[in-house]
Design a protein around this ligand. Structure first.
Ligand code: CMP
Length: 144
């Protein structure tokens, strides 16, 4: 099946001009960009996206950060793209993330960690539906 995942560049990543860097890494790996938009994330989207963290002590700061500026949301497609994206993004805490990963190369912070990537195929399906209308996703092929 065509696997897809949601990747977002968080407000800290946008502020730091890292949007192109993130896109470059996914393109260079060979994944297919099938949806992309910049937006001020609506409160309702963030509440659903981070529903499982609602009781965490860091929840208010997390939502505050995600509302602090625009987000670039993308849908990437390709073989094992969910697992591959997690590997490319690195551990949640930038200070712990391995060099060579996006967070390991660009972050030392657990909240300002530049990007989000879905953590499972089922989670990706749910997050893509939450952030994108189906009409905003574009099917395209390598052969014209
Ligand atoms: P992400 O994995 O994209 O989604 C959940 C986010 O919560 C995570 O990135 C971090 O930005 C944030 N987060 C997770 N754990 C903590 C923590 N202990 N303190 C602050 N923020 C956290």
């Amino acid at each position: 099946a065509r696997e897809r995942t949601l990747v977002t560049v968080k407000p800290d990543g946008v502020r730091r001009r890292l949007v192109g860097e993130v896109i470059r890494r996914f393109e260079r790996r060979g994944f297919r960009l099938v949806g992309m938009k910049m937006l001020q994330a609506p409160e309702s989207v963030l509440a659903q996206h981070y529903e499982r963290h609602r009781e965490e002590p860091f929840y208010a700061a997390l939502l505050g950060h995600m509302r602090s500026g625009p987000v670039v949301a993308m849908v990437w497609e390709g073989p094992s793209v969910v697992r591959a994206s997690r590997a490319m993004v690195g551990l949640t805490d930038g200070a712990e993330a391995a060099p060579g990963t996006i967070r390991g190369d660009f972050s030392l912070h657990i909240r300002r960690n530049v990007v989000h990537a879905s953590d499972s195929v089922e989670g990706a399906r749910r997050e893509i539906q939450l952030w994108f209308r189906s009409s905003e996703l574009v099917d395209w092929a390598d052969e014209g």
